[in-house]
Design a protein around this ligand. Structure first.
Ligand code: ZN
Length: 243
């Protein structure tokens, strides 16, 4: 057992998660959807409850129409780190030493878990700033002028309850993860990455060599036919990401 950095927290689904030492295979979308649906944006300084999960779904829908499925999945998950590190107000964040690095490490793990490019697409970042102009409809008039002149996205806030927000988040996730069509291991569900040792399975899917069982009949030969009992299992092939 390798020692982990920092302490662990229990997640909604009963998993252990090390927020300062995250591993992609310990990230579950059910944990993200639930925790983000239970958190209110703007540290709760809203007129009505408005969750980070709803914010993520609205952003994702807008990005989907502009930039397609990969960017839309990124948009849906752009605040996934907040499921473990909570949504800290922007003015506070730079002063919590270690928060931004922790956020970056969790987001890298999230990206690896779901087969996303490591860096947030520029359109998601821009839309995430602009949506604040839409979300001001849910904030009181301010006594002071904001230093902010972004153009609203034109999205409508629904004020979903946590239950509804969680379900909508999961629906959007299931649709998008299917649509982006990342090749992943049928045993552990992790996306394949460059250099992974992989076998094709009789079912038509593929698995990590480390995730394969010893049953010869579940392996295929070069022609795609199942191996026969007694036949030697060939070496795995090395996964190469498509350029
Ligand atoms: Zn695997």
């Amino acid at each position: 057992m390798i020692a982990r950095f920092g302490d662990w927290m229990q997640t909604f689904t009963g998993r252990q998660f090390w927020p300062l030492d995250p591993r992609p295979d310990e990230i579950a979308v059910e944990d993200i959807a639930h925790a983000l649906a239970m958190q209110c944006r703007y540290a709760g300084h809203c007129l009505r409850f408005y969750s980070v999960a709803e914010h993520s779904v609205l952003l994702s829908e807008w990005v989907m129409a502009e930039a397609g499925t990969h960017a839309a999945l990124w948009a849906l998950l752009h605040d996934a780190s907040e499921a473990y590190l909570v949504d800290v107000p922007r003015p506070v964040k730079p002063y919590l030493a270690g928060y931004k690095p922790a956020e970056a490490v969790v987001m890298r793990a999230v990206a690896a878990r779901f087969g996303l490019a490591p860096d947030i697409p520029a359109i998601v970042k821009q839309a995430d700033d602009r949506i604040i102009a839409d979300e001001r409809a849910n904030l009181s008039a301010c006594v002071a002028q904001w230093d902010f002149d972004a153009i609203p996205l034109g999205v409508t806030l629904h004020y979903w309850t946590p239950d509804v927000a969680e379900e909508r988040f999961l629906e959007a996730f299931r649709w998008l993860i299917d649509a982006v069509d990342v090749d992943r291991c049928i045993a552990c569900d992790m996306p394949f990455k460059d250099g992974d040792a992989v076998y094709d399975d009789v079912s038509g899917g593929s698995l990590h060599a480390a995730c394969c069982g010893p049953e010869v009949e579940s392996y295929v030969d070069a022609a795609g036919e199942p191996l026969k009992p007694g036949e030697a299992i060939p070496a795995p092939y090395i996964w190469r990401a498509q350029p």
